[in-house]
Design a binder for this molecule. Structure first.
Ligand SMILES: Cc1cc2nc3c(=O)[nH]c(=O)nc-3n(C[C@H](O)[C@H](O)[C@H](O)COP(=O)(O)OP(=O)(O)OC[C@H]3O[C@@H](n4cnc5c(N)ncnc54)[C@H](O)[C@@H]3O)c2cc1C
Length: 480
């Protein structure tokens, strides 16, 4: 007798969310079909994390050379061709590509089909004219750059994070619209290559999700590096005057024209809601305009799941991968076993220089949610390794439950912040407090020691005065 379904799972989209879903399903011996209409690896590999971090690496290298005196080196020059820098970006993508390839996933036991998937019913998907059926479907269709209808923009031309990687010539005058993580990373990057960059942001500061002090520190760094940061500027239209292009903004009731030859729109990413048959089903759309998934990641139907940028609430590769485990396991084992998603400890990092990383609550969130907290700080200027490396700037800010060492959240700004945050992620995930970080041996001299010293600052601030008084008396007595 034939099977009722062709597969246990059909996964739509081979980006971070879809690849991890398919990988887990195949590993635990389910029959899984993975459908991709574009390039394997999705946004992260082709137009997101990998190209951006590769470009940032080259920009950082140029910057370090310009800071040679910081290392006792009188003069260091560099000579580069932006086209070659971009070629390197694509070489890095190509070097990682095999990891996400059809060949690798086929070898892992996944049936990969290249083509556009369209859900036709709650158990069927049409691809390349063929109707495939599965007990469950996972939608991992991702997101695309959000481009608002700004008058004149289509006419003048603009880039997004989907297309900027095709540049082969360094822009002369660049406007980057949007001071979020993508806009901030690329602003600093292009400025370091030598473009004249203006960052335009509607809010009164960049990186609004982070505490103001960190936005301010990044703004100062950008300004020192020659970027013009225009906060409080609301983009209205794009104009051409005498053959020159301008982004016209409203600022404090006045009109400000910012000239550019290259415009990058980095205003966030909108969940992809078209092109895979949503209209054929009754899948709810959230107020954030993404697929609404419940605590099991089910989207409107008990056998249809959504993961990654298409549902959110966070849009990170590691978050998509985190959701993928839940969606995959729930899809394969429900109704016998179901797991609620756990978003209590989600880290992220913006790869500016200094990096800005966070896990859990920051001060503005704690205030907004009326959660009582205490703040402990540690300045990286006090860290030996930060001094030897010539990067003794930045800080760690930890929020704890008042009177306890329980960590509510941590924000780190500084070199390697994205790596340093991992210890707080581990601690929060496993209920370890600052005392446990303090009681852990950290190799000397490392950046990781900063976490221990932050924990030490908490300890010093919480040493009970009565105990210290008693100790003082004890030692005095011992001296007699
Ligand atoms: C510039 C930039 C930098 C970033 N940097 C970071 C970073 O440093 N760290 C981090 O964690 N995150 C970063 N991100 C975010 C990260 O890239 C995304 O969160 C992540 O890739 C989302 O994965 P996903 O699987 O949800 O979607 P995607 O990777 O977008 O995958 C969706 C896939 O679905 C396919 N698809 C869509 N419709 C269909 C259909 N009908 N049929 C078949 N296939 C379909 C698409 O072609 C695509 O390949 C960055 C993003 C950008 C743009």
């Amino acid at each position: 007798m034939g099977n009722k379904y062709d597969a246990n799972l059909i996964v739509i989209g081979a980006g971070s969310g879809g690849l991890v879903t398919a990988y887990i399903a195949a590993t635990i011996k389910a029959k899984v079909i993975l459908v991709e209409k574009g390039e394997m690896g999705g946004d992260c590999l082709n137009t997101g994390c990998i190209p951006s971090k590769s470009l940032i690496a080259s920009a950082k290298f140029i910057h370090e050379i310009s800071q040679s005196e910081n290392y006792g080196i009188r003069r260091a020059n560099c000579d580069f061709d932006f086209a070659e820098v971009m070629q390197r970006v694509h070489r890095v993508i190509d070097s990682i590509r095999p990891h996400d390839s059809v060949e690798r996933f086929t070898a892992l036991g996944v049936d990969v089909i290249m083509g556009q998937a369209e859900i036709t019913s709650r158990h069927s998907v049409r691809v390349n004219g063929q109707e495939l059926t599965a007990r469950s479907i996972v939608i991992a269709a991702g997101a695309e750059p959000f481009v608002p209808p700004i008058e004149g923009m289509e006419h003048c031309g603009y880039y997004t994070s989907d297309t900027i990687w095709n540049l082969t010539e360094l822009p002369d005058k660049m406007v980057i619209l949007g001071g979020g993580p993508i806009g901030s990373e690329l602003t600093q990057c292009f400025a370091r290559f030598g473009s004249e960059v203006t960052l335009v942001e509607r809010s009164d500061r960049i990186m609004v999700r982070e505490d103001r002090e960190f936005s301010d520190q990044l703004t100062r760094t950008f300004t020192d590096e020659g970027v013009t940061v225009r906060t409080g500027h609301d983009a209205q239209r794009v104009l051409i005057k005498d053959g020159r292009k301008f982004l016209q903004c409203e600022h404090n009731g006045k009109t400000v024209d910012v000239e550019f030859d290259t415009l990058l729109v980095a205003l966030g990413r909108a969940a992809r809601l078209e092109g895979y048959g949503l209209e054929n089903l009754d899948i709810p759309i959230s107020s954030r305009n993404s697929i609404e998934a419940n605590e099991y990641l089910q989207a409107g139907y008990t056998n249809i799941y959504a993961v990654g940028d298409v549902t959110g609430p966070y849009q990170f590769t590691h978050f998509a991968a985190h959701q993928a485990w839940y969606a995959c396991v729930n899809a394969l084992f429900s109704p016998f076993r179901k797991f609620r998603v756990d978003y209590s400890v989600i880290p992220w990092c913006t790869y500016t220089d200094p990096e800005l990383a966070r896990v859990g609550l920051n001060e503005q969130d704690a205030k907004q949610q009326n959660i009582a907290y205490e703040v402990t700080r540690y300045e990286l200027s006090e860290l030996d390794r930060a001094r030897t490396d010539g990067h003794a700037e930045g800080s760690i800010k930890v929020l704890t439950v008042p009177g306890k060492d329980k960590i509510l959240g941590a924000t780190i700004i500084g070199k390697h912040a994205g790596d340093l945050i991992a210890e707080f992620v581990l601690a929060m995930s496993h209920g370890l407090g600052l005392n446990k970080i303090l009681g852990t041996i950290h190799a000397y001299p490392t950046w990781m020691e900063a976490n221990k010293f932050a924990a030490g600052n908490w300890k010093k601030a919480h040493a009970p005065p009565w105990a210290l008084n008693l100790l003082e008396k004890f030692h005095r007595w011992r001296r007699n």
